[in-house]
Design a protein around this ligand. Structure first.
Ligand code: AMP
Ligand code: ZN
Length: 111
């Protein structure tokens, strides 16, 4: 899928509305439209990568930065505990092919 057709590229560009939680030069974070926890945030690099493996290969510092952003959100929303998920591939439940970290926090999570 090209950037032009990418839902999250459109959200980052402001062409589709989103509820912003955090942003910096390279990163954007917004509330998931279908939350699976009390706080469910998606963290995305502004630059389009298809999945976490591609991001790890092309820009490992950005991947590490996304973990730091997740911690920041969990510190604000809870007492620092969070779950970080990267669905990778259709059969793992990936539906948007712009890498995104799901941050689940805001409440005690089931194991
Ligand atoms: P995944 O299934 O891992 O690819 O995650 C895609 C996520 O994007 C799902 O949790 C959806 O609920 C979420 N999502 C889809 N469209 C939007 C949107 N317009 N705004 C916020 N979250 C969205
Ligand atoms: Zn994209």
């Amino acid at each position: 899928m090209s950037d032009k057709d990418c839902l999250f590229c459109k959200i980052i560009a402001g062409e589709i509305p989103s509820e912003k939680v955090y942003e910096d030069d390279a990163t954007y974070a917004f509330k998931d439209i279908n939350p699976k926890a009390k706080v469910h945030v998606l963290i995305v690099p502004r630059k389009h990568y298809a999945n976490v493996a591609e991001l790890a290969k092309e820009d490992p510092a950005q991947l590490a930065h996304m973990a730091e952003v997740a911690q920041k959100i969990a510190d604000q929303e809870f007492h620092g505990a969070f779950r970080l998920i990267f669905n990778t591939g259709i059969d793992a439940g990936q539906t948007v092919f712009h890498v995104h970290a799901h941050v689940l926090t805001g409440e005690k999570l089931d194991e």
